[in-house]
Design a protein around this ligand. Structure first.
Ligand code: NDP
Length: 482
């Protein structure tokens, strides 16, 4: 078979695919062998720093189609009825490193990038509608507690429970994590959620608060703790493999896109703080409305270029969609693009996977690895015909805020507490077998040898606050007197 010749990175025909240049067949090698030097030097630079969180993942490309008219709520181009928008979806675990097992008990990242007519729109979600904390100043401490100790670099369940029990707002999310939804069967068999509250505004400037729910059309399927553990040993890449193989077979996974919409004025005295990331909006107050669906239909052709270097950021917003006073969202609007500037480089938005599909006419120039051709003028405003801001598109995005500068928790709304919604999950939603599995998952996790007797008592107290039956089940399993 005739094949094209291989080259070095500058396109020169390669003199050999496996022989270095030496002084005689047995002699030393030569520094002049540019082909060898480039190969070795490039190999040393094959990695970028792995993500501090969500390091292990996989993803695929697809398409969003909007089937319902929601123009009364948002003028965002991608959400207009009939619109089809290409997208990238990356799934991940949170705490494990690049080579870690896919079936570990952990939330799953569910990060979407939509390539819209107004630039990229990203929803950096999870497979749970809530999160462990509600203030970003706790985030690095939270993640440290879930990762590794300083001294022996081991994971440590005592440290995890220490953080969770000292931060009771975590109870709702830890409840989700300890049900069998904490170990999904595959990425195809779980929901995704935007989790945060975002703002939508329509062409008349009317504003709404919105939450996104992406419902799996494959159905929810989970592993038991024992099945997940066994799969960690059998195939640590089980979820990456499942997604890749399903798409390769032409079995394209899909999700229904639902939203909950809250009138702007309701937020002030809604019974829960609607911006608190540890809370859902109960469906009885704000039912889910279906607006469309998306399908994944194409595997990446180069994992590193298209998935490892993909940079998702909630700050990628488009006209018709804004942020909200959700403090975690506010923190993430900064921290995600900042992570990409460090991990990939300041021009990460010029890489094909991150590049918008529309023409970029930015006045940001140069920097490492810049290749976008920015033409004169290099400043704004100018009188020489350079592009000018689309002020009209953003007219409605502002809203009134006022207050003293403080360091304070959110003001409580009338039904806000740390345990009520976790209790609703236990009481109203979980079946009897799901409750039994939740108890045994908690007991299994808190029975690790490093978890101290004192910590086990705190674990029991934490779950008793969610529900006395849950507390007594955990106490019994841990051998703690309740
Ligand atoms: P609903 O009964 O209207 O909704 C309950 C939700 O729980 C449904 O979305 C259901 O959808 C989901 N669910 C079902 N089984 C499980 C499970 N084993 N683990 C996690 N979620 C499950 O009640 P409310 O809206 O009043 O919420 C009650 C509680 O349900 C909340 O406190 C929260 O813990 C949980 N929940 C609420 C959500 C919301 O946005 N309101 C979303 C998800 C959970 P599905 O089976 O399709 O996931």
């Amino acid at each position: 078979m005739s094949v094209p010749y291989s080259t070095d990175d500058a396109g020169h025909p390669a003199p050999s695919d496996g022989l270095s240049q030496s002084v005689g067949p047995n002699g030393p090698l030569l520094l002049q062998d540019h082909f060898l030097i480039q190969k070795m030097a490039h190999f040393n630079r094959e990695r970028v720093p792995e993500r501090v969180v969500h390091a292990k993942g996989g993803g695929a490309f697809g398409e969003l189609e909007i089937t319902e008219d929601v123009s009364a709520y948002t003028k965002a181009d991608l959400f207009q009825k009939g619109r089809k928008t290409p997208l990238l979806l990356r799934f991940s675990t949170v705490a494990g490193e690049l080579g870690s097992a896919d079936t570990a008990r952990d939330p799953r990242g569910f990060a979407l990038k939509f390539y819209t007519e107004h630039g990229n729109y990203d929803i950096v979600g999870n497979n749970t509608p809530i999160f462990f904390i509600r203030d970003p100043s706790k985030f690095s401490d939270f993640i440290h507690s879930q990762k590794r100790r300083a001294d022996n670099q081991l994971r440590d369940n005592n440290m995890q429970w220490d953080f969770w029990t000292l931060n009771p707002e975590s109870a709702h999310q830890v409840s989700f994590l300890m049900t069998d939804r904490g170990t999904p069967k595959s990425w195809r068999h779980m929901h995704g959620f935007g989790s945060h509250t975002f703002m939508w505004y329509n062409a008349n400037g009317e504003k709404f608060w919105v939450k996104y729910h992406f419902k799996t059309e494959q159905g929810i399927e989970n592993l038991t703790a024992a099945e997940a553990k066994a799969m960690e040993a059998e195939d640590p890449d089980a979820h990456r493999r499942d997604l890749w193989e399903a798409i390769a077979r032409g079995e394209f996974p899909s999700w229904t896109v639902n939203v909950q919409i809250m009138p702007f004025e309701d937020a002030a005295d809604y019974r829960f703080n609607p911006f608190d990331l540890t809370k859902v909006w109960p469906h009885s107050d704000y039912p889910e409305i279906t607006i469309g669906r998306f399908t994944l239909n194409r595997n990446p052709s180069n994992y590193f270029a298209e998935i490892e270097q993909a940079g998702f950021e909630p700050s990628n917003l488009v006209p018709g969609i804004g942020g909200s006073p959700d403090k975690m969202l506010q923190g993430r609007l900064f921290s995600y693009p900042d992570a990409h500037r460090y991990r990939i480089g300041p021009n990460y938005l010029q890489l094909p996977v991150n590049q918008p599909k529309v023409e970029v006419r930015s006045y940001n120039f140069d920097g490492p690895m810049a290749y976008r051709n920015g033409a004169d003028p290099v400043y704004a405003p100018n009188t020489v015909g350079g592009p000018a801001a689309a002020v009209d598109l953003y007219e409605a995005e502002g809203y009134q805020v006022s207050g003293e500068i403080v360091r304070s928790a959110y003001e409580l709304h009338k039904e806000d507490d740390d345990f009520g919604q976790a209790r609703a999950l236990w009481e109203k939603v979980l079946s009897e077998p799901e409750r039994a599995n939740m108890v045994s998952n908690i007991v299994g996790h808190a029975s690790a040898p490093e978890v101290t007797a004192d910590m086990k008592k705190r674990v029991v107290e934490y779950w008793t606050n969610v529900h006395p039956d849950l507390g007594s089940g955990v106490a019994k399993g841990l051998g703690v007197e309740s």
